[in-house]
Each structure stands twice: as structure tokens, then as C-alpha cells.
Design a protein around this ligand. Structure first.
Ligand SMILES: *[C@@H]1O[C@H](CO)[C@@H](O)[C@H](O)[C@H]1NC(C)=O
Ligand SMILES: *[C@@H]1O[C@H](CO)[C@@H](O)[C@H](O)[C@H]1NC(C)=O
Ligand SMILES: *[C@@H]1O[C@H](CO)[C@@H](O)[C@H](O)[C@H]1NC(C)=O
Ligand SMILES: *[C@@H]1O[C@H](CO)[C@@H](O)[C@H](O)[C@H]1NC(C)=O
Length: 685
């Protein structure tokens, strides 16, 4: 009787824990969904997505793209500079070369947008994080020396997660962006008004309201009141614009967008934007993020820009007759990343000498068909155009330009219709007559443009185009898939699935073994082979379930991880130093500071990687391998010991990042100590 009661009691206990977990989750994320009434949210869901009667479609007219330098505007974006005090490779050097060489040649972009991670904010070992005034001063000095700050409305920057590592609040002294940044405010919103149209640029700061030190600061979030402000801004009809660009540091994939108080989601309000521009992911790793760009289902383009830090990439965008084109270009360096910081030029404290710059080409007509947005752009203008239009920036005079259409040389003359470099709005426009009807066969074509300057430096650009206004497949492969994915949803679902599977599997096995203590699988040993895999698997789970110490410790560890905080730590060490309270609780559902919840998603990521995979999955598998064997095989023992040491080292790293408290108050420490002891106990008994 006594033997069966405890396992049966696990059923109500588990149900209770799930119930509590659900409530904790609701509480932790409540600021993303405050006062969203159920009724209203149903009403709003009908208003999206774009319908064909949407105003953006009604302005398409018959302006012809010809050979005149009209209806044209260009600007630039850079991202993830990571100006660092300690990192000598890339980073700072790339940014300095961008200012010293690229800006003077591109000359008059309407403005430059910087989508976050201005500074690196990591220590010399790249483990802990804090804001360094030197890094911010370098940023400011470089901008001053380049003259960028003398041009009103020229430089627009946003904070990234690195700029809010270890920053207690917007008002904190540690928020150096407030002092050394250019915008010095949370986000920006400006309109470029030209006689041919109005273009709106809205930048949002989705940093956590209290900037936790790394590593729990990778995901951004945008709460209900932020969403309300954004929705009001975007939907304000009196601010109608031909295109609205939304700028953010975080891609949508790594931002928790809450709902507006009317219940609208980010997808609902995204119908007002044409392009979402962001950074943050660099190029990921192993070639997974070479082109993190996608066309979102609600008809906007999401264009992540690779970093300045390692990849030395900058972007030029042009809006030509309301068609948006862009090119992502590498800095003209001999090596990328640059190993040694450049010496400063005479008369400057940080800015280096200008380097050689080969011509850069951006084809604005025909626009690259992979990025056509027929709900936002007058795509018919391509078919009705009379000229191919190119923007070519070069340091020296251009001597030769060749155009190839589908591999055949285009024999029409290429004429300069731009203005002088000395003009205020320098637009280096080249045009060449063409007949787009020749390509109107609902197929893809390609155009190659080659330019050579008088120093013999060459530039080349290849663009896929269609003249029927249909979008081409983006061919982004895995990158396109990844950027279109809701990472938070994937991580959360995987964790919930993994956790429930482990819990239920253990519970049912325990109950089964309790009532069938003499099941043959518990008594007969199998040699693992593909044929007996299923039997072996069940034998191992039966064996583990019938070891009370192992079973109950693991089971309670699993339940505690969804119902109790995992540890207490100095989440914002700088705040603690300043005498404020930066001590917080880490829960699966977010971080709690002074009893206030921050819906920081990184806790889920940590839970999945560190707990579910390495602290639970690997341990279970290891015990499965060694249970039932007559003798402990040495190599498995060594493997387990290595895993144990490694888990220990990850706890030590946590202590470096969030203080020793993070070890002494940690459930994982208990679990780690336990199975170190249990392993030894099993070995010698
Ligand atoms: C939510 O609603 C309650 C009352 O219904 C109100 O007191 C509170 O201020 C609201 N909160 C926000 C953020 O609007
Ligand atoms: C279209 O263009 C023609 C000639 O260029 C002009 O006469 C006509 O008014 C235009 N129509 C509209 C709707 O702009
Ligand atoms: C911008 O929108 C206005 C209003 O719809 C329209 O008249 C104008 O032609 C557009 N500009 C361009 C370059 O298409
Ligand atoms: C729309 O924008 C205009 C101009 O900035 C402002 O005066 C007006 O109050 C805004 N309307 C709403 C509903 O936010």
C-alpha cells in the first residue's frame, strides 16, 4: 500500500504544477498583453491583412521612369558596429574605414540609419558585460571627425542589446547612449518630404526595460503600451507616406511583440510598412545566415543587414519612382575582418586615411524582382519604363560602363544624367534606353552591369528582374527560412514538448512499474541491437523508474523548474554597484526584478539548451547507457565525468556573469551535486 500511494500522489501534484506554471507564464508576460479585451481582439482580427482596397494601391498612376534625375532618393544603413575596447579584430576598424572612405564617396545619402549594437560592451575575456565609456567616446569622436554630426538630420541611431547590457533603466547613468548616442532617445520617427512624395522612417527600441547583463539579453520585447504608440503612429492617416520603413535592432524572429490594447498583433499593424530593416543576427554561423531576408505573409520585406563588426557590410537603399532597391556591399578592405586597427590620419585622433574605393553599382530599374512588393510599390512602372537606371558611386571618374541583358551586350549608349559631385544632393544617375516589352514573357531575366573607373578599378552588379510585376523566388534557402521563423515560438514549443514528454514518460513508467514490479523487462537483460531497441529502451526506463533516488530527484527537479525560480542573481551588476537593486529571480518564464516581471525570453532559450538538453537529456541518456550493465564500462564513466565537469563549468560561468549568488541559490547546483554523488554511489555500491 505504502509503495503505491506515493506514485499515485504524483498525478495530482503534476497537474497542480502545470496549473501553476500556466499562471506564472500569464503573469510574466502580462505587460505584453495588458488590458487586451477578448471581445475587442476578435473584432480587430478581421481588419488584417491587406485587402486590395487598401489605400496604398490607389496611388499607382502612370508616371514614366525615363532618363531624368527625378523621383529618386537614396540613403544608407549600417548595423552591429560593436566598437570594442578589447577586440582588436574588425569592429572599430571597420566602422572607422566606413566613415573615412565610404561616406566621402557615397557623398550625399539623405541620411544614415544605424540599427543598434553601436558598442560591444563585453570584457576582455568576452564573458561578462558592462558599458565602457571609452567605447562610447570612440563612437562619438569618430562621428565628429567624419563631419557626420554637422549635417542636420543625417545620422539616426538605435540601441541594440549590447547597448543595454547591464543598464538598469533608461534613466540609469549606465545608459551611455543617452549621452553619447546621436538620437539620445528611445526610437525615432521622421518624414522625408520631397516634391515627389513622402517617406517615413520609424525606429523602435525593443531593448528590455531593465537591461540584464549578458547572456540573458538576446531577445527583444515590445509591450502593450509601446505597441499602442507604434500602432497610432503607423495608422495616422494624416501622416500618409508613399513608403514607411520600420527600423529595429532585433529581427521580428527574435522580438516578442505584444498586442495593442485593441488586441492587434504585430502582423496586423505591419500592413502599414513596406520594409522592416534590422540587424542583430550578423550572418549567424556556418553560412546559415548569408541572406537573412524574407517577404513576410503580410506583404512587407524583412531585410536583416549583416554586421559591420566581422563582415564589414553596409547597405545603400534607393527609392526610385517608389520602387525600393538596395545593395549590401563589403568595405573595400584587403582582408575581412581587418586584423590590425588602422593608424589615425594626420590631424585626426581616430579617423584613418581614406583607402581605394572601386565603383559601387545599384540598379534601380529594372529593380531586383526578388524584392518586389506589389502591395506597396507601383510595379507596373517597370514595364512602362523607357530607360535602365543605375546609380554608380566612384572615387574617380567612370571611364566605361557595360550593360548585359540575359548575357547579351546592350548596345544602347549609357549616359550620365546625374549632377556634379559638388552639388548638395549628389545623385550619380546613369541611364540607357531600353525596351522592357522585349522581356515581358512572365519569365525571369538578368541584367549585369560592369563599370570601370579611370584608375582601372572595377565594379559589377547582377540583378534578376521581371517586367510583369511578379515577385521572383528569393532563393534565400535556409537563411530565408530562419528569418521568417518565430524563434520564440519554436523554442517555447520545443521546451514544452520536451518537458512534458519527459515528465509524462517518467510518470507513466513509474506507475506501470509500481503495479508490475515483476515485469520480465526488469529481470531479463538485453543486449542493445537494432532488433531489440524498443525492448531495451523500455527496460532502461523501467530500471530507472524503479530506482527511487534517481527517479524522485529527477522528477522533482523537473517539476520545480516550472514552478519555482531557478536562481537568484545580480541580473544587473552595475545597478548593484550604484546601490540600486539589480538582484533578480530567474524563472523559466522571465526575470523578476523587485517583484516586477520582465518578459525576457532568453530564460526559455537557456532552459532548452542548458537544462533540457544538457542537464536532463544527456544525464538520462548516460544513465540509460550504464544501467543494467554488470560492470561499468570505463569509457562511459569517463564520458559521464566529462559531462559532469562541463556542467560545473557552466555554473561557474553563470557566477561570473551574475555573481556567486547565482550558484548558491541555484536548483541546477543541487541537481549537479546530486548526480555527481549518485554517479559515485552507483559506481561503488
Ligand atoms: C487596465 O485596466 C484597469 C481597469 O480596468 C486600469 O485601472 C489600468 O490602469 C489599466 N492598465 C493599463 C496599462 O491601461
Ligand atoms: C497618364 O499619362 C498621360 C500622358 O502622359 C496623361 O495624359 C494622363 O493624364 C495620365 N493619366 C493619369 C491618370 O495620370
Ligand atoms: C507618392 O504618393 C503620392 C500620393 O499618392 C503620389 O501622387 C506620388 O506620385 C507618389 N510618388 C511617387 C514617386 O510615385
Ligand atoms: C496624427 O498626426 C498629426 C501630425 O503629427 C497629429 O497632429 C495628430 O494628432 C495625429 N493623430 C492621431 C490620431 O494620432
Amino acid at each position: 500500500m505504502r509503495g503505491t500511494l506515493l506514485p499515485i500522489l504524483l498525478i495530482p501534484l503534476t497537474l497542480f504544477c502545470w496549473f501553476r506554471a500556466y499562471h506564472l507564464h500569464r503573469k510574466a508576460t502580462s505587460s505584453l498583453f495588458i488590458n487586451v479585451s477578448e471581445k475587442e481582439s476578435q473584432d480587430v482580427s478581421h481588419t488584417s491583412p491587406l485587402t486590395s482596397t487598401d489605400p496604398v494601391l490607389q496611388r499607382f498612376d502612370n508616371i514614366t521612369m525615363g532618363d531624368r534625375r527625378d523621383n529618386l532618393l537614396y540613403f544608407m544603413q549600417i548595423s552591429d558596429l560593436h566598437i570594442s575596447k578589447f577586440q582588436k579584430t574588425g569592429g572599430t576598424s571597420h566602422f572607422l574605414h566606413f566613415l573615412a572612405t565610404v561616406l566621402p564617396v557615397i557623398r550625399s545619402p539623405a541620411f544614415v540609419l544605424v540599427t543598434g549594437d553601436l558598442t560591444d560592451a563585453k570584457d576582455e575575456h568576452f564573458v561578462t558585460s558592462r558599458q565602457f565609456i571609452d567605447e562610447w567616446v570612440t563612437y562619438q569622436t569618430a562621428l565628429q571627425e567624419s563631419g557626420a554630426l554637422n549635417r542636420p538630420g543625417f545620422w539616426h541611431d538605435l540601441r541594440g542589446n549590447h547597448d543595454c547590457f547591464n543598464v538598469g533603466s533608461w534613466g540609469s547613468e549606465q545608459n551611455m547612449y543617452k549621452k553619447y548616442g546621436v538620437e539620445k532617445q528611445q526610437g525615432f520617427d521622421f518624414m522625408v518630404e520631397k516634391d515627389f512624395g513622402r517617406y517615413r522612417f520609424v525606429g523602435i527600441d525593443a531593448c528590455p526595460k531593465a537591461g540584464v547583463a549578458r547572456p540573458f539579453n538576446f531577445f527583444g520585447y515590445y509591450e502593450t503600451d509601446d505597441m499602442d504608440r507604434l500602432a497610432n503612429k503607423l495608422s495616422n492617416a494624416s501622416l500618409f507616406s508613399n513608403h514607411t520603413f520600420l527600423l529595429a535592432h532585433y529581427p521580428t524572429a527574435t522580438t516578442l511583440y505584444g498586442k495593442t490594447s485593441k488586441g492587434e498583433t504585430f502582423n496586423d499593424i505591419s500592413r502599414y510598412i513596406s520594409v522592416y530593416m534590422c540587424g542583430h543576427l550578423h550572418k549567424l554561423a556556418w553560412g546559415l545566415g548569408d541572406k537573412l531576408q524574407t517577404y513576410q505573409p503580410t506583404h512587407y520585406l524583412e531585410l536583416e543587414l549583416a554586421d559591420m563588426k566581422v563582415n564589414a557590410i553596409y547597405r545603400i537603399l534607393a527609392i526610385d519612382h517608389d520602387l525600393v532597391s538596395f545593395a549590401d556591399i563589403e568595405l573595400p578592405l584587403n582582408e575581412i575582418p581587418l586584423k590590425i586597427p588602422p593608424p589615425s590620419a594626420p590631424g585626426f585622433s581616430v579617423l584613418p586615411e581614406k583607402i581605394a574605393f572601386p565603383p559601387v553599382i545599384l540598379v534601380t530599374n529594372p529593380k531586383d524582382s526578388r524584392y518586389l512588393m506589389k502591395y506597396h510599390e507601383p510595379v507596373n512602372r517597370i514595364k512602362d519604363s523607357s530607360h535602365v537606371r543605375l546609380l554608380i558611386w566612384s572615387d574617380h571618374d567612370i571611364e566605361e560602363i557595360e550593360i548585359f541583358l540575359d548575357g547579351k551586350k546592350h548596345n544602347e549608349q549609357v549616359i550620365y544624367r546625374g549632377n556634379s559631385k559638388e552639388d548638395k544632393d549628389y545623385i550619380p544617375l546613369w541611364v540607357s534606353p531600353w525596351n522592357p516589352k522585349q522581356f515581358d514573357d512572365s519569365k525571369e531575366h538578368y541584367i549585369v552591369v560592369k563599370a570601370r573607373d579611370k584608375m582601372g578599378q572595377k565594379g559589377e552588379s547582377k540583378v534578376i528582374f521581371r517586367v510583369d510585376g511578379e515577385r521572383s523566388d528569393m532563393r534565400g534557402g535556409i537563411s530565408e527560412f530562419l528569418i521568417g521563423l518565430d524563434w520564440a515560438l519554436v523554442i517555447q514549443t520545443t521546451y514544452i514538448f520536451g518537458h512534458s514528454f519527459t515528465t509524462l514518460n517518467m510518470l507513466f513508467t513509474k506507475l506501470y512499474v509500481t503495479f508490475h514490479p515483476h515485469h520480465p523487462l526488469l529481470l531479463v537483460s538485453y543486449h542493445i541491437s537494432p532488433k531489440t531497441f524498443i525492448q531495451s529502451y523500455f527496460r532502461k526506463t523501467f530500471l530507472l523508474a524503479s530506482q527511487p533516488i534517481f527517479f524522485y530527484t529527477l522528477y522533482f527537479y523537473l517539476l520545480s523548474s516550472i514552478t519555482l525560480p531557478w536562481f537568484m542573481g545580480n541580473m544587473i551588476p552595475s545597478a548593484v554597484e550604484e546601490g540600486d537593486d539589480g538582484t533578480g529571480l530567474f524563472w523559466l518564464f522571465g526575470i523578476q526584478l523587485n517583484s516586477q516581471w520582465l518578459p525576457i525570453f532568453d530564460t526559455w532559450r537557456y532552459a532548452l539548451e542548458d537544462q533540457l538538453v544538457w542537464s536532463i537529456g544527456a544525464v538520462i541518456i548516460w544513465f540509460m547507457v550504464i544501467t543494467g550493465e554488470r560492470k561499468w564500462k570505463r569509457r562511459y564513466w569517463i564520458l559521464g565525468f566529462a559531462l559532469w565537469l562541463w556542467r560545473g563549468s557552466s555554473l561557474i560561468r553563470l557566477a561570473k556573469q551574475y555573481g556567486n549568488l547565482a550558484i548558491w541559490t541555484n536548483v541546477q547546483t543541487l541537481w549537479w551535486a546530486f548526480w555527481g554523488w549518485y554517479g559515485l554511489y552507483r559506481k561503488y555500491l
